[in-house]
Design a protein around this ligand. Structure first.
Ligand SMILES: Cc1cc2nc3c(=O)[nH]c(=O)nc-3n(C[C@H](O)[C@H](O)[C@H](O)COP(=O)(O)OP(=O)(O)OC[C@H]3O[C@@H](n4cnc5c(N)ncnc54)[C@H](O)[C@@H]3O)c2cc1C
Length: 494
C-alpha cells in the first residue's frame, strides 16, 4: 500500500531526472516523470540527417560503473542494456606548431607518448596522474558521496585534514599543471579538463585534475549506435520498473504550502498530487517560474553558470587522414582564449573539439563518409552569428591542414540560444553551474529544495554537470528521500 509520502513527480526527463525516477520507483514510490519535449534524455540528444547520426549532447561516456550501479538498482546491468566500447586511442590532440599527441587507454603507452612529445613529460604525466588518483579516491567518498550545503558537510565526510589537502581545492587547475609540466602545451592539455565542467582552468580548482585520471583509469567509452542508445536504455529501464513517463507535458507550477510541496500543475491546468517533487530543471527556472522564491533564487544566483557551446554537425564525404574518434585542436593562447570566455565574448581563435564516432561505429554515417560533431566553448548567453562563427571554426581547422569544406554535404548548427530553448537551460549552459572559483562547490544549489518534499537533481545542483555526476546526484537525492521518509520531521520546513 502506498502512503501519502510515496507519490513522486519528477519535473524533466533529463538523465538526472530519469535516474532519480528509477531509484525512487525501486524504493517503492509511485513515480511520474513530466518532460516538456517529445523525447526524454534532455541534453543527451541525437540528430539524424540523411543517413548520418550525431550525438549533439554528450559524446563521451566516463565512469561507466556509476551508470552500471543505476541499472543494477533496476535489476539489470549496463552491459545487458548497451554495447559499450572502450576506446583506444582515447584522444588525439593537436597544437598550432604542428605537433600532435595521442592519449591511449594504457598508462605505459600514454607515458611513452608524453615522453616522446616533450622531454621529461612521461614522468610528469605519471606524477599528474598519481595526483589525480589521490584526488579521485578522496572526492569519491567525500564530495560525491552525499549532499553539500556548506564546507562542514564536506568536512564531516573527511577522515582527516590530509583528505582536504589531497583534493587540492585552493590552487587553480592551471597552477597545478604548471607545477608538474614544463611544456606550456601540456599545461594547456591538463587545463582543458576544466571545460568538462564548463569552467576555466585559470579559475577552477586543481581538484579537477581527477578527470584525466578518471579517463586513464576507467576509460573513455562509446555506446554502439550512439549515445542515443544509452538514453533509450535508461528510458526503457525506467518504464520496465514502472515509472510513468509523460512527454510533451510541461510543468507550469509546483504546488506548495508554507511547509511542503503538494504536487505540480501542468501548463494545461491538470494537477498531479505528490508529496515528493524532484526538479530536474535548472534551479533558476524552478525558483523563478515554477515556485517563485526570491530568497532561494538569490542563493541560486551565487552559482556561476557553466560555459555554453557552439555546435556544428557536418556530414562529410570521404575519410580524413590522421583523425580519431575524439580530437582536439588547441588555440595558440589558452590564457587569451579563457579570458575572452570569462569576459563574455567569443574566443577569436577557439580550441575546437571534434567527435567523429563513425571512426568506431560505421552505422553513424553512410558508407565512406564521416559524421563530424564540432564543439567550441562559448560564454553562456552570448549571441552567436552561426554562419560567421562556423567559418571561423572551419578556418581554424583548415589552418591546421583539415580543410573539410569541399567535402561537406550539410552543416547544422546549435547556438547557446538553441541550447537554452531546447533544454530550458539558462544561457544555454552545457553543464548547469560551473566550477570556477574556490567556493563554487559550495555555491551550487543544494539537492534539498526550499520546501519539504522538494529535491533538486541534475547539472545545476550538487555535484554538477556531466552524465556520471547527474546520475550521482540522483543517488544523493534518493538517499535523502529515504532518510526523510524514515524521519519526516527532518524534511518539514516552514
Ligand atoms: C553539447 C553538449 C556536450 C556535452 N558533452 C558531454 C560529454 O561528452 N560527457 C558528459 O558526461 N556530459 C556532457 N554534457 C553534459 C551532459 O549532457 C549534462 O550534464 C546532462 O545530460 C544533464 O542532465 P540533467 O539531468 O541535468 O538534465 P537536462 O539534460 O538538463 O534535462 C532537463 C530536462 O528538463 C526538461 N524541463 C525543463 N523545464 C521543464 C518543465 N517546466 N516541465 C517539464 N520538463 C521540463 C527539459 O526539457 C530537459 O529535457 C554535454 C552537454 C552538451 C549540451
Amino acid at each position: 500500500m502506498t502512503g501519502p509520502r510515496d507519490r513522486a513527480v519528477v519535473i524533466g526527463g533529463g538523465v538526472g531526472g530519469l535516474a532519480a525516477a528509477i531509484r525512487l520507483r525501486a524504493a517503492g514510490h509511485d513515480v511520474t516523470v513530466c518532460e516538456r519535449n517529445d523525447v526524454v534524455g534532455g541534453k543527451l540528444a541525437e540528430l539524424v540527417v540523411d543517413g548520418y547520426t550525431f550525438d549533439i549532447g554528450p559524446s563521451l561516456v566516463t565512469l561507466p560503473h556509476v551508470l552500471d550501479e543505476l541499472f543494477r538498482v533496476a535489476g539489470t546491468t549496463l552491459a545487458d542494456e548497451v554495447e559499450l566500447v572502450r576506446l583506444d586511442p582515447q584522444f588525439r590532440y593537436h597544437w598550432t606548431d604542428g605537433d600532435s599527441l595521442t592519449v591511449h587507454d594504457d598508462a605505459d603507452t600514454t607515458a611513452a607518448e608524453f615522453a616522446r612529445f616533450s622531454s621529461g613529460a612521461g614522468e610528469a604525466w605519471r606524477a599528474f596522474d598519481a595526483r589525480g588518483r589521490r584526488i579521485w579516491d578522496v572526492s569519491e567518498r567525500t564530495f560525491f558521496a552525499g549532499p553539500m550545503t556548506n564546507p562542514l558537510s564536506l568536512a564531516r565526510r573527511m577522515r582527516s585534514p590530509v583528505d582536504l589537502v589531497a583534493i587540492d581545492p585552493l590552487r587553480s587547475l592551471h597552477r597545478s599543471a604548471t607545477a608538474v609540466f614544463d611544456d606550456t602545451r601540456l599545461q594547456q592539455w591538463a587545463g582543458r579538463y576544466a571545460t568538462y565542467s564548463g569552467s576555466s582552468p585559470f579559475r577552477a580548482p586543481a581538484t579537477l585534475a581527477c578527470i584525466p585520471h578518471i579517463e586513464a583509469r576507467f576509460g573513455c567509452w562509446y555506446p554502439m549506435g550512439g549515445l542515443g542508445r544509452l538514453r533509450d536504455a535508461i528510458e526503457r529501464t525506467a518504464r520496465r520498473v514502472g515509472v510513468e513517463i509523460r512527454t510533451g507535458v510541461e510543468v507550469a507550477r509546483v504546488l506548495a504550502d508554507d511547509r511542503r510541496v503538494r504536487g505540480v500543475e501542468l501548463l494545461d491546468g491538470e494537477r498531479l498530487a505528490a508529496d515528493i517533487v524532484v526538479a530536474n530543471t535548472d534551479a533558476a527556472h524552478l525558483y523563478e517560474d515554477l515556485m517563485p522564491d526570491r530568497r532561494a533564487l538569490r542563493r541560486v544566483r551565487r552559482a556561476k553558470r557553466s560555459t555554453s557551446g557552439f555546435v556544428m554537425c557536418m556530414g562529410v564525404r570521404g575519410a580524413t587522414p590522421g583523425i580519431g574518434h575524439h580530437n582536439v585542436w588547441f588555440s595558440s593562447d589558452a590564457r587569451r582564449e579563457f579570458d575572452q570566455l570569462t569576459h563574455g565574448v567569443l574566443a577569436a581563435e577557439p580550441t575546437v573539439y571534434a567527435c567523429v564516432s563513425s571512426i568506431t561505429d560505421a552505422s553513424q554515417a553512410p558508407d565512406g563518409c564521416e559524421n563530424w560533431f564540432l564543439l567550441v566553448n562559448t560564454p553562456p548567453g552570448v549571441h552567436v552569428d552561426r554562419e560567421a562563427y562556423a567559418e571561423v571554426v572551419l578556418d581554424r581547422l583548415a589552418a591546421r591542414g583539415v580543410e573539410l569544406r569541399p567535402r561537406v554535404e550539410f552543416v547544422r548548427t546549435l547556438t547557446p540560444a538553441d541550447l537554452a530553448s531546447r533544454y530550458r537551460s539558462p544561457g544555454g549552459a552545457i553543464y548547469g553551474s560551473s566550477s570556477d572559483g574556490r567556493r563554487a562547490a559550495f555555491a551550487r544549489p543544494a539537492n534539498r529544495g526550499a520546501r519539504g518534499g522538494l529535491y533538486l537533481v541534475g547539472g545545476s545542483s550538487h555535484p554538477g554537470g556531466g552524465l556520471p555526476l547527474v546520475v550521482m546526484s540522483a543517488r544523493i537525492v534518493a538517499d535523502m528521500v529515504a532518510a526523510d521518509r524514515d524521519d519526516p520531521a527532518r524534511d518539514d520546513r516552514g
